[in-house]
Design a protein around this ligand. Structure first.
Ligand SMILES: N[C@@H](CCOP(=O)(O)O)C(=O)O
Length: 394
């Protein structure tokens, strides 16, 4: 296992842990799967499904051999995350126009969002380094997840949260787990920039998705979905695009599964952004060489209120590898999709509903064929962000 710069490929495995290479690139964990016996692993992963209250009962650590094989078990901080539901819904099939649609409810994680899959690994890595002060910039889901795992690990969480346009439910949840909250007069992007510049001086271990261990944990989402479907992957996987950790970790997980022969082809991936915060979509659609940040991102889906996405290069590479696409949807389309997801009994926060809205739009424009199958990732729980729901219904 190595820590390699995604841009210039410098090897930082033996250096002290950091988030950016001298060239400005982010890091990536690179595994050597050559010696892996895929058949044996598949059997092991199946056997572990019946485990309870052991590390392998976690829907992340079940796949430890593919995520962080070297980590001693004593450092693993787990709340048996993952193990989230995969639902089929006839009403959503009719709404999106495809033959079969599954919803992967990452919202069923212990802190109520997909961040837990990655956070359990980042916090475990932090413990292995002896770190006590953990930090993040957040619109509320990352902060709730970090606060929960930091409390479990006996560490202190410091979270940088925008003063405006965040769900106060998420902030209260973060506070309740005992984190220290620093409200900033800016966006998530300003918080990340601050942490990148000051983490060393402040002695902070950063748990955002610029941390490659977050990505290693989050890739387990697609392992789990594929295992639930007996390793038959749908034609399309649809993820929301905020800071892009979903897109990046999905690409890495799919690549692992394909390299190991668990799946026989790579599915196509669609990244859905909200129109008011869609710099990545605009870059891909306009065939621009670099991302032009959105200085004032604005969407009702508060988890996607992000304008300067640190991981855009990794997400761009994932899209070209999977022959994927991007699409943007309006706040109205997001809320209409959310209402249907909620009334199907599954429920989600607005950012999650962007996936279903995006799938509908891509099918209507014939980019996705009605005869294809799709899996939409629901990222956050229905109770996370209620303001927009009330606005919509009144
Ligand atoms: N919407 C996110 C933004 C943080 O993204 P991260 O993946 O870099 O932690 C949040 O919940 O804060």
């Amino acid at each position: 296992m190595k820590l390699i710069c995604f841009e210039c490929k410098s090897d930082y495995s033996d250096k002290s842990f950091q988030y950016q290479c001298h060239c400005g690139g982010l890091f990536q964990v690179v595994h050597d799967f050559k010696a892996v016996d895929s058949e044996k692993l598949r059997r092991m992963f199946a056997e572990r499904l019946s485990q309870r209250m052991s590390m392998h009962a976690s829907g992340v650590w079940r796949y430890k051999e593919l995520i962080y094989p070297e980590l001693p078990e004593a450092f693993v901080t787990t709340k048996y995350e993952g193990n989230t539901g995969l639902y089929a819904s006839e009403s959503l099939q009719a709404y999106t126009g495809v033959r079969q649609v599954w919803l992967k409810a990452q919202s069923e994680n212990p802190s109520g969002s997909f961040k837990d899959n990655g956070m359990t690994v980042a916090v475990s890595h932090a413990r292995s380094l002896g770190k006590q002060k953990l930090a993040c910039s957040s619109t509320g889901n990352t902060s709730s997840s970090l606060a929960m795992y930091a409390a479990l690990a006996g560490c202190k969480a410091y979270v940088y949260v925008p003063e405006r346009q965040v769900s106060e439910n998420k902030i209260k949840q973060t506070l309740a787990y005992g984190a220290e909250i620093i409200r900033i007069a800016g966006t998530y992007d300003d918080g990340i920039r601050f942490l990148e510049q000051n983490y060393e001086e402040l002695g902070l271990y950063v748990c955002n998705s610029i941390n490659p261990w977050r990505i290693e944990g989050q890739k387990s989402m697609i392992y789990e979905a594929a295992q639930s479907l007996n390793w038959k992957i749908p034609d399309w996987i649809i993820v929301p695009g905020g800071a892009l950790s979903n897109a990046v970790s999905l690409g890495k997980g799919l690549n692992d599964l394909y390299m190991l022969g668990f799946i026989d082809h790579l599915p196509k991936v669609a990244v859905v952004q909200a129109e008011g915060a869609s710099p990545f979509h605009r870059m891909i659609e306009g065939n621009h060489p670099t991302l032009i940040p959105e200085l004032q991102p604005q969407t009702i889906a508060s988890a996607m209120n992000i304008g300067n996405l640190p991981s855009w290069r990794k997400a761009q590479a994932m899209l070209s590898q999977t022959k994927g696409v991007t699409v943007s949807v309006t706040d109205e389309e997001i809320l209409a999709a959310k209402q249907l997801i909620d009334r199907s009994g599954i429920g989600c926060e607005p950012a999650s509903a962007a996936t279903v809205a995006g799938l509908r739009k891509l099918t209507a424009s014939l980019i996705i064929d009605p005869d294809e199958t799709a899996l939409c990732v629901l990222t956050g729980h229905i109770l996370k962000d209620f303001a927009s729901f009330l606005d919509y219904d009144n």
